[in-house]
Every structure is written in C-alpha cells, then in structure tokens.
Design a protein around this ligand. Structure first.
Ligand code: CP
Ligand code: NVA
Length: 300
C-alpha cells in the first residue's frame, strides 16, 4: 500500500530515527552513486512560492535518478474547474509521487485520498513536516542528540510550530513555545501530542522560554496567505523577536534556527541571524538530505 507524508506523525518514532540516520549517511556521501528512483517521475505542485522546498526536492529527485516535474497549480485545468479528485486520479497514472505546497490542509488530504501514489506535504497552512525533518537532523548534528534538548520556539504558532510539536513527540525534544495569546499552535495538535507524552509547553513570555535553552527557533510573523494581516501582526508580535538580548538568556553554546525565508528586523535581527550561533544555512541544506531519505522510503 502506498504511504503518504502529510504530517510528521505519518512516521513512527522508530521510522523517524531511521530516516534521520539515512539522511546523515546520504549527507556523508554514502551510496552517492545509487539511483534508486531511476526512470520515475515526481510532480511538484505548488500553490505558493518557494526557494528551499522546490529546489531541494528538484535537486534531490534528480540525484536519486528520477525526474521532477514542477507545476504551478495555476497552469493546471484545476483553475478552469476540473475537480481535485479527477486531477489526482489522472496524475497518479503518470507520476510515481507528488509533492504539494498549498493552503488548506484538507486539500492535500483529498489529493492523497484520490491519488494512488505517495503524496508529500511541502507545506500547508497547518503543517510543514519536511521542514521539521531537516530541523531534527540539524539539532541532532549540533547538539549530539534530540531527547531532552531544550528548544524555545519564539513567535507565531503556525505550520512550522505545529510540526515541531509533532517532532517533539517523536524525538523526546523538550519544546517550549512562546507566542502571543490568540496565536498559539493548533489546539488539537498540541493536546494530542501532550496527552501522548510529548514534553511540550505553550507560554507567552519569550524571555522565560529562552532562558537556558539549547536552541532558539523562530519563523516569520506573517505566513504566506496572511498578507492582509501585516500591520496588525507586526504590532502583536513586536516583542517576539530573537535579538542579542534574548539570545543572551539561552545557554552559552545555544544555536539559533529559522526555517527561512527570514524577515530580518522583524522576528530576528541581523546581528543574531548572521552570528556564529546561527545554523540557518545548515538547516536549509538539511532539507535536501532528509527529503532524499524520505523519497527513498516512500517512492516505489
Ligand atoms: N523553509 C522553506 O520551506 O522555505 P521555502 O518557502 O523557500 O521553500
Ligand atoms: N510559516 C511560513 C513558513 C515558510 C517556509 C509560511 O507558511 O509562510
């Protein structure tokens, strides 16, 4: 049976561990000549802009021997009224997998339900699981493990925060999320991972979250699709910035993470993102290695 990757919880803790080990091997250059996906075609359906997700998937797919077909969904007949169900069924006759970036999470659920090929979530309004995979590899590399590593996520309880909550459940990461009231992560996800034993907390004070953290993480205050809320969000999130003062509260060897793209001067200062403690470029690189490990697992 085909396997999708719509949220991080489509993997068990053991599968996630194995996937990170495999990604580390691929990164180290093991099996460099292996092309397990030779002759296959993978569609990249994007409703939103992307630098890292699109290019890392396209490159990784090529390195595994397959071809990537990038499709701006505006160019599909979907825009002229063809249903998502028909689109999914037809694409499954040509392709061996689909990576999709879109708005509503139920769009990818519907796509996956109708396509008899693996569907990979390249970001929805609710989840960004491919990002969380790369993030976990990065923390592992920088901190020597994941269990009990203290991560403070400062900012909007968005798709990235939701996937980090699921990552905490699968890895034992000790995650504190500091966000303004009313901008918390998805309640259902939070309550589910908490009751399943994840070490997660949601608070509102960024300083309390940052104190003694091993990792400080942030993301934009305004996600794709929220452009109408720019002015209001800029006011609400003003104090949720990773700057030198906040970083000084973390452990001396703490690392700073950001999924990128960053809005410098908003959620993070130049001083911090360009400092030696920032690992954002390694994090972006790890998208490539973790997604190759994921594709190897899913595409048949
Ligand atoms: N982090 C991330 O998903 O970046 P892109 O939006 O550039 O793909
Ligand atoms: N939360 C951001 C992540 C971008 C990679 C967004 O959805 O726009």
């Amino acid at each position: 049976m085909k396997k999708d990757f719509l949220t991080l919880e489509d993997l068990t803790a053991e599968e996630m561990h194995a996937l990170l080990l495999r990604a580390a091997d691929l990164k180290a250059g093991k099996d460099q000549s292996a092309c397990p996906l030779i002759g296959k075609s993978i569609g990249l359906l994007f409703d939103k802009t992307s630098t890292r997700t699109r290019i890392s998937f396209q490159t990784g797919i090529y390195q595994l021997g397959a071809q990537a077909i990038y499709i701006n969904t505006k160019d599909l007949q979907l825009g002229r009224g063809e249903t998502l169900e028909d689109t999914a069924k037809v694409l499954a006759r040509y392709l061996h997998g689909i990576v999709i970036r879109t708005y509503a999470h139920d769009t990818i659920e519907k796509l996956a339900a109708n396509a008899d090929i693996p569907v990979i979530n390249g970001l929805t309004d609710l989840h960004h699981p491919c990002q969380a995979l790369a993030d976990m590899l990065t923390v592992w590399e920088k901190k020597g493990g994941l269990k009990d590593v203290r991560m403070a996520y400062i900012g909007d309880g968005n798709n990235v925060a939701n996937s980090l909550l699921e990552a905490a459940l699968l890895t034992g990461l000790d995650l504190v999320i500091a966000c303004p009231q009313g901008y918390e992560p998805d309640k259902k996800i939070y309550e589910r991972v908490l009751s399943a034993g994840a070490r997660v907390r949601i608070i509102s004070d960024p300083a309390e979250a940052a104190r003694d953290a091993d990792v400080l993480y942030t993301d934009v205050w305004i996600s794709m699709g929220q452009e109408r809320e720019i002015e209001r969000r800029k006011k609400i999130f003003r104090n949720y910035q990773i700057n030198g003062k906040l970083l000084s509260l973390a452990k001396p060897g703490a690392v700073v993470m950001h999924c990128l793209p960053a809005h410098r001067g908003e959620e993070i200062t130049d001083e911090v993102i360009d400092s030696p403690q920032s690992v954002v470029i390694d994090q972006a690189e790890n998208r490539l290695h973790t997604q190759k490990a994921l594709l190897e697992r899913l595409i048949r």
